[in-house]
Design a binder for this molecule. Structure first.
Ligand code: FEO
Length: 398
């Protein structure tokens, strides 16, 4: 299947409706995904990106319905990760001499993946490739989100091919941003940013401002996953600038795990105490061993404060909490407050351990936390409510 985008650009990618996990099991894809590949036709014909390895044969077969492969003059590899380069071995078997334009780092990642001496043409920031009446301008974008990442911009069509940036894991038969459910679309956009791009926010901000400074007209953004932004493409650019600026909403997220419900009861009572003082704040509560970790991280991204709860087990914390806090630590959230809580039976180290993990994750710890012996009784629940109320006041401080 191919989809014409305009007179010169044709989508030749793959929609993956089945996908439920990406990056191994690291990223949940409730709405599937797509691997976008584009043919650009001018005097020269250019293929931008391919698709993930399992779809390599299908991709090449479909591409052959669209064009005689020998008529592809250039291939652009904006990024070496397998979800976009995975069909290169199958394709290059048939057109082995076709030049592949990519960054120096992409030569390393592509050789590292496929161990082939293809006809690489290394490009640098600002390099241009004339393809007829139009040109491709290459824009290196290191760490958005791999060292090899780059964008390319097509003059004449005023189109940015942005690799993973501005994309979403979102399977749709309606390729364009104005044709899909907007709530679904933006949920997948923010989830993608929160889980993948958060650590690189400074670079996101810098690269967008650098691109804006080029004063290139922008009519369309063709990402490597999800929709093509043809209706007001600047809307997602503006969102990225907001998200890159230590983003937060008036929300707190409570994440806990529980053995015999004590810590769960604490979580819910703390939430009651919090909302008793601040009726406008959005409070979301997740059991880390039952909820999807990427959905939790998306909510953490939106929060001004998070609370982490675990009972004490073997002088530490439950493993689901250890796992989610490790994930959160790696993402390097900024400008967020945190506190810990948990029930215990005898030694009671969990609150201290949780507090340490939150501190390592870059959170501002607002107090020593709350620990309760055994299952909370009426007094214990009152203590939780008071703890939540205190946190509500603290959350409003600068
Ligand atoms: Fe969609 Fe970083 O690959």
């Amino acid at each position: 299947m191919s989809i014409p985008i305009n007179k010169s650009i044709t989508w030749v990618g793959k929609v993956d409706w089945e996908l439920r996990h990406f990056h191994g099991e690291e990223y949940s894809t409730h709405r599937g995904s797509s691997y976008n590949s584009y043919l650009v036709r001018d005097e020269k014909t250019v293929l931008i990106e391919t698709v993930w390895t399992p779809f390599a044969k299908e991709f090449v077969h479909n591409l052959q319905q669209e064009i005689d492969l020998k008529k592809i003059d250039y291939i652009i590899a904006n990024h070496g990760e397998s979800d976009h380069s995975g069909a290169l071995p199958e394709l290059m078997r048939l057109i082995p001499d076709t030049p592949i334009f990519c960054t120096a780092n992409a030569v390393k990642s592509l050789k590292g993946h496929y161990h082939q001496e293809w006809n690489f043409r290394v490009v640098k920031n600002g390099d241009r490739l004339k393809i007829g009446s139009k040109e491709l301008i290459f824009i290196e974008a290191p760490m958005l989100h791999w060292p090899d990442s780059m964008f390319c911009y097509l003059t004449g069509d005023n189109t940015l091919f942005s690799s993973d940036a501005f994309g979403q894991h979102y399977a749709t038969e309606r390729l364009f941003n104005d044709l899909v459910d907007q709530a679904e679309l933006f949920q997948e956009c923010i989830k993608y940013y929160a889980n993948i791009l958060t650590p690189f926010s400074t670079l996101v901000d810098r690269k967008i401002k650098e691109f804006v400074g080029l004063n290139l007209p922008l009519d369309m953004i063709c990402t490597s996953h999800g929709v093509v932004w043809r209706d007001n493409p600047l809307q997602i650019v503006t969102k990225y600038l907001e998200w890159a600026a230590s983003y937060q909403e008036n929300q707190i997220t409570i994440i806990y795990d529980s053995m015999w419900d004590g810590t769960r009861k604490m979580a819910e009572a703390i939430a009651r105490g919090f909302s008793g003082v601040d009726s406008e704040v959005v409070i979301k509560i997740f059991n880390a061993s039952r909820a999807d970790k990427n959905d939790i991280i998306t909510e953490v991204f939106k929060s001004k404060m998070i609370l982490a709860g675990s009972p004490t087990v073997n002088r530490g914390i439950l493993s689901a909490m250890a796992a989610i806090l490790e994930e959160i630590r790696g993402l390097g959230f900024k400008n967020k407050k945190a506190a810990a809580f948990g029930a215990y039976g005898w030694s009671g180290e969990s609150v201290k351990v949780l507090t340490e993990r939150l501190k390592e994750g870059g959170f501002t710890i607002v107090n020593d936390g709350l620990k309760l012996l055994w299952n909370p009784d009426g007094q214990g629940l009152d203590d939780c409510i008071a703890f939540g109320a205190e946190l509500a006041h603290v959350s409003k401080l600068p």
